[in-house]
Design a protein around this ligand. Structure first.
Ligand code: 2NL
Length: 360
C-alpha cells in the first residue's frame, strides 16, 4: 500500500463518520486547507525530479478531487438527513376538518324591524329617527296630551333630572315614537309618508311588560288621505309581515288624544292546539292603535290642518315579533331562546360543537 492510499483511506473514513457540518469542515481543513495534509504534499512536488513529480502530481490531483467530491456528497447527505428530521417533526395535517366558530345571530327584534321597514318601504314610507330623550313638548304637548293626562303624572313616564335650581320642565325618555314624526313633519312638511321604529320607555314591569320596549309608528299626510287608505296599508302590511295570502282586520272605535277618529285594530286568527294562525279562525288579536291625525297635532307640527290630513298608527314590535316567531314569553328576548333560532334553521345550530355548547 502506498502512502497516498493510506492518506486516502484515512480521509474517506473521516468524511463518512463526520456527524455534522462542523465536523465535516474540520476534515476538509485537515486535508485540503492551506496547511492541510494534501496541500503540504503538493508543495513537496517542487523538490522532486520531473518523472517523480509527474506521477505523484497526477496521483495527488486525483486524490484531492476524490476527497473534494466525497466532502460534497457527505455535505449533501447531512443536509438531506437534517431536512428529513425536520419534516418528521414539523408537519401540518391539512386534511383536518375546520374548527367551528361561534357565530352570532340577529336578535328577533332587529330582524322584525328590518322586515317591517322593507314592507313599508315598498309602500313608499321612509324611516325617520329621533332622540330617545325628549322634551315634554315633543313627547306630550305636540301630541295633544294635556298636562293633567295620567301619562304625565309621574308614574308612567321616566323623567330626567334637572340641575339644582333649574325649574324648566324636565325632559323624558320618550314614551312613544310619535315625537319623531312631529319632528319629521316640522322638518319636511306635507305631504309626508314615514315610519318611526325605535326604543320607547314606560315605567312598567311585569310578566308581559318591560320598561324599555320597541314600537313602530306610521304617518301618512296628504290632501285627501282617509281611513280607507289606512285600512289598505295595514292589511297589506299584515299580509306581508305574517306571510299569509289574506288577512282580515277589525276596526274598533277607540280614543287617543292625538287622533280623531281613533280605532284599535284586531286581526282574525285561530289558536287551535295552542298554535296561532293568522288570517283564519274565530278569534281576534289586538295588534295596533290608529286613527286620523288630530288637527291640533298637525298644527303643532307646523302643518296646516285646513289643507292637509292623514292617518297615523302605532304598534308594539316586541309583541308582533313574538307572534310571528312563536316566542312564548319575554324571557326569550333576554335569554336568547334557541327555539326562535331553530324556527329559522340557523346554520350555526347545525354545527355539532356549537349546538352542544348552547343547549337550552
Ligand atoms: C298604540 C297606539 C298610536 C299614533 C299612535 C300618532 C303619531 C302622530 C300623530 C298622531 Cl305624529 N298619531 N301615532 C296614532 C294612533 C295610535 O299608537 O296603541 N300603540 C301601541
Amino acid at each position: 500500500m502506498t502512502a497516498l492510499d493510506t492518506l486516502r483511506g484515512k480521509y474517506i473514513e473521516a468524511i463518512a463518520s463526520a456527524a455534522d457540518e462542523a465536523a465535516l469542515e474540520e476534515v476538509r481543513l485537515a486535508a485540503l486547507g492551506k496547511k492541510g495534509e494534501i496541500s503540504l504534499k503538493m508543495r513537496e512536488l517542487g523538490q522532486m525530479s520531473p518523472e517523480e513529480r509527474q506521477t505523484t502530481g497526477a496521483a495527488l490531483n486525483r486524490l484531492r478531487d476524490e476527497i473534494d467530491a466525497s466532502l460534497r456528497a457527505r455535505k449533501q447527505g447531512l443536509a438531506d438527513a437534517a431536512l428529513d428530521a425536520r419534516l418528521k417533526t414539523e408537519w401540518l395535517d391539512v386534511t383536518l376538518p375546520g374548527r367551528p366558530r361561534r357565530a352570532g345571530t340577529i336578535h328577533p327584534v332587529s330582524q322584525v324591524m328590518a322586515e317591517l321597514t322593507a314592507i313599508f318601504a315598498d309602500m313608499g314610507f321612509a324611516v325617520a329617527e329621533g332622540p330617545q330623550v325628549e322634551s315634554d313638548w315633543f313627547n306630550f304637548d305636540a301630541l295633544n296630551i294635556p298636562p293633567e293626562h295620567p301619562a304625565r303624572q309621574e308614574h308612567d313616564t321616566f323623567f330626567m333630572a334637572r340641575a339644582e335650581g333649574d325649574n324648566r320642565p324636565p325632559h323624558v325618555l320618550r314614551t312613544h315614537t310619535s315625537p319623531v314624526q312631529i319632528r319629521a313633519m316640522q322638518a319636511q312638511g306635507a305631504p309626508i309618508r314615514v315610519i318611526a321604529p325605535g326604543r320607547v320607555y314606560r315605567m312598567d314591569m311585569d310578566q308581559t311588560h318591560t320598561p324599555m320596549f320597541h314600537q313602530v309608528e306610521g304617518l301618512a299626510i296628504d290632501r285627501d288621505i282617509s281611513m280607507a287608505n289606512l285600512k289598505w296599508v295595514l292589511e297589506e302590511f299584515c299580509r306581508a309581515f305574517f306571510e299569509v295570502p289574506s288577512v282580515e282586520l277589525r276596526f274598533r272605535a277607540s280614543h287617543f288624544p292625538f287622533t280623531e277618529p281613533s280605532a284599535e285594530v284586531d286581526i282574525r286568527c285561530s289558536w287551535e292546539g295552542g298554535q296561532l294562525r293568522i288570517g283564519e279562525g274565530d278569534s281576534w288579536l289586538e295588534i295596533l292603535g290608529s286613527g286620523m291625525v288630530h288637527p291640533k297635532v298637525l298644527a303643532a307640527a307646523g302643518v296646516n290642518p285646513d289643507e292637509w290630513q292623514g292617518f297615523a298608527f302605532g304598534m308594539g314590535i316586541d309583541r308582533i315579533a313574538m307572534l310571528k316567531y312563536g316566542i312564548p314569553d319575554l324571557r326569550a328576548f333576554f335569554e336568547s331562546d334557541l327555539r326562535w333560532l331553530r324556527h329559522y334553521g340557523f346554520a350555526a345550530l347545525d354545527m355539532p360543537d356549537l349546538a352542544g355548547g348552547l343547549s337550552r
